[in-house]
Ligand binder design. Structure first.
Ligand code: ADP
Length: 292
C-alpha cells in the first residue's frame, strides 16, 4: 500500500438509476475526482452486464467530451464482489438538464451542440452507440465543457449489415436523442409535452432539428468520421469486447457462447471478468474518511 491513492469522500453530487456519485479529493495531490458507487452488482444479469460494459467501453474511449475513467475498484464480501467503484478524472459541476433549466444564452447552447456532435462523431467512428443520451447523462461545467457519461446501455455493432436488422444499434438512435436534446434546449423544456410551438427560433436551427429528428432513421445525418484520428485500432479493440461477450457476431458462434449457460453461470462469468479487471487497480486505491 506504499503508493496507495487515498481519497476523502466529500459529498454526494448525483444519483442515477444504478449508482450514487460522490465528490472526493485525492489526499496526496489535492485533485478532485468523482466516484460512482454501484451496489449489489451481481444480483441480476442485466445489471452485471451493464457495469461490465461500462467499464470495458470507458477504458477504451478517450475524448475531451467523454467522462474519463481513472480507475475502478471493488468491495468484496466473502470472496464475492459486493459493490463497484468507478473513479472519474474530472468532477463536473452540473449536468445539461440543470443548464437548460437555468440558462437561455443561445451562444452557449450552440457550443454545447457542437461538442455533443463532436463526441458522437468519435463514439460512432468506433462503432459504439450510446443509446441513452439525455440531458442528465451530459455533464457540464461553467466554462462550457461537456462530458458524456453513463455508458451502461451502450452497444458496439459489427458485422456486415447489423443496421438493417438491429436498427437500435445504428448511429441514428443517438442522432435522434441529440435532436430531442436540441429541441429541449431551444424550448427550455422537453420536446413532447403536447405542444409543437417554437417561438423565435432561427429557421436554420429549426431545419437542423427537423433533420436530426427525421422519423425514418435513414434520413438522419451522420456525425461523420473523425478526421483527427485513425479509428481502426479502437474499433478492433471494441470488437474484441463484443466478441468476448458473444454479442453482435454471427448466430452460430453466439450460440456456442451462451446456449447452455444457466443464469447463475452467466452472472458468475460476468463477475469473474469484472474481478479480473479490478484486480489490477485494487491495491492502489483506498477510500479514507467518509462514506458514499
Ligand atoms: P447511472 O448509471 O446510475 O444512471 P450516472 O453515470 O448517470 O449513473 O451518474 C448519475 C449522476 O451523477 C449524473 O446524472 C450526474 O448528475 C452525476 N455525475 C456522474 N458523473 C459525474 C462527474 N464526473 N462529476 C459530477 N457529477 C457526476
Amino acid at each position: 500500500y506504499g503508493e496507495a491513492n487515498l481519497y476523502e469522500i466529500q459529498e454526494v453530487v448525483g444519483k442515477g438509476s444504478y449508482g450514487v456519485v460522490a465528490a472526493a479529493v485525492d489526499t496526496h495531490t489535492g485533485e478532485k475526482v468523482a466516484i460512482k458507487k454501484i451496489d449489489n452488482v451481481f444480483e441480476h444479469v442485466s445489471e452485471a452486464t451493464r457495469i461490465l460494459r461500462e467499464i470495458k467501453l470507458l477504458r477504451l474511449l478517450r475524448h475531451p467530451d467523454i467522462a474519463e475513467i481513472k480507475a475502478y475498484n471493488a468491495a468484496f464480501m466473502s470472496e464475492r464482489i459486493l459493490r463497484i467503484y468507478l473513479f472519474f478524472f474530472e468532477l463536473m459541476e452540473t449536468d445539461l438538464h440543470h443548464v437548460i433549466k437555468t440558462n437561455d444564452d443561445l451562444g452557449i447552447i450552440n457550443f454545447f451542440l457542437y461538442e455533443l456532435l463532436r463526441a458522437l462523431k468519435y463514439i460512432h467512428s468506433a462503432n459504439v452507440f450510446h443509446r441513452d443520451l439525455k440531458p442528465k447523462n451530459i455533464l457540464a461545467n461553467a466554462d462550457c465543457k461537456l462530458k458524456i457519461c453513463d455508458f451502461g446501455l451502450a452497444r458496439a455493432s459489427f458485422g456486415d449489415a447489423p443496421s438493417a436488422v438491429f436498427w437500435t444499434y445504428t448511429p441514428a438512435i443517438d442522432i435522434w436523442s441529440i435532436g430531442c436534446i436540441f429541441a429541449e434546449i431551444l424550448m427550455g423544456k422537453p420536446l413532447f409535452p403536447g405542444k409543437n410551438v417554437f417561438p423565435n427560433v432561427d429557421p436554420l436551427a429549426l431545419r437542423l432539428l427537423e433533420r436530426l429528428t427525421a422519423f425514418d432513421p435513414k434520413d438522419r445525418p451522420y456525425a461523420e468520421e473523425n478526421s483527427n484520428f485513425n479509428p481502426k485500432r479502437l474499433r478492433d479493440e471494441i470488437q474484441e469486447i463484443v466478441v468476448s461477450e458473444g454479442g453482435q457476431i454471427p448466430k452460430k458462434k453466439r450460440n456456442t457462447c451462451h446456449k447452455k449457460m444457466s443464469i447463475a453461470q452467466i452472472v458468475s462469468n460476468l463477475a469473474e471478468q469484472v474481478q479480473m479487471l479490478v484486480q489490477k487497480n485494487r491495491a492502489r486505491i483506498t477510500l479514507s474518511r467518509g462514506r458514499i
